[in-house]
Design a protein around this ligand. Structure first.
Ligand SMILES: *[C@@H]1O[C@H](CO)[C@@H](O)[C@H](O)[C@H]1NC(C)=O
Ligand SMILES: [Cu+2]
Length: 236
């Protein structure tokens, strides 16, 4: 009995991955999995050249997924968890350290029919190594905040339907090529109001290389600075 429990516990640790499970709009929780393209498992993507880098496994369409309305300039919160719902366990297991980033891509027509492929993604949020002396990462703050982190949708973003892509990169085994773990979740959103900006865009896959200093990196060697992959944040 005891050894079975130990085995169960170690299995849980080995699979302590996570997914994006909730989106909040101006402080209002939209509900579990609402407007989100749900991957089949909580496993990370590890190949930066895979089409799954855009919106995770099975993430190229969302015909049965709703699209949530968001006013431009709104405060959005993304909430991540290891397992379904808010179980009370750590949202992200403590060993998973790294940056959180958010990108947005305008759909040619509906968000539900958009595959997110091509040079379509604008980075609107990035948080990485926050305190080198304590080695505090964005993931540590998200974990202590119940899996949540917030950002502003730029007010000048044009109205229309978009994919909003949250990403957390876990770097605990990133000292080996292919070791970085990309946790990705896409929400289908409809931006209302907005402006006429034409923000810079990158392709995902495309913008990330396996050898980028933010992807192939040893975080256990008193790292003093960290450059997340995908270029600069555009804030409108
Ligand atoms: C955004 O909303 C979250 C959750 O309601 C809140 O904690 C945070 O302070 C807000 N951020 C801004 C910039 O208003
Ligand atoms: Cu994991």
């Amino acid at each position: 009995m005891k050894s079975a429990l130990v085995l169960l516990a170690s299995t849980a640790i080995a699979h302590a991955h996570f997914t994006l499970q909730y989106i909040w709009v101006n402080g209002a929780d939209q509900g579990h999995n609402t407007a989100l393209r749900i991957p089949p498992t909580n496993n990370p993507v590890t190949s930066v050249t895979s089409a799954d880098v855009a919106c995770n496994v099975n993430g190229q369409s969302g015909a049965s997924v709703s699209t949530v309305s968001i006013p431009a300039g709104a405060n959005i919160t993304l909430e991540w968890h290891q397992h379904d719902q808010r179980t009370g366990e750590d949202a992200i297991s403590g060993g998973h350290k790294g940056p959180a980033q958010v990108y947005i891509a305008k759909a040619p027509s509906t968000a539900a029919s958009f595959n997110g492929q091509g040079t379509v993604w604008t980075k609107i949020y990035s948080s990485g190594l926050l305190n080198p002396s304590s080695q505090q990462w964005a993931t540590d703050v998200i974990n202590s905040n119940g899996g949540k982190h917030s950002l502003t949708i730029p007010a000048s973003l044009p109205a229309g339907e978009y994919l909003l892509r949250g990403e957390i990169i876990a770097l605990h085994v990133a000292q080996s090529s292919g070791g970085a773990q990309f946790y990705i979740g896409c929400a289908q959103v409809k931006i209302t109001g907005g402006g006429s900006a034409n923000p810079p865009k990158v392709a995902l896959p495309g913008a990330y290389k396996a050898t980028d200093p933010g992807i192939l990196v040893n975080i256990y060697n008193n790292l003093q600075s960290y450059t997340a992959p995908g270029g600069a944040v555009w804030s409108g």
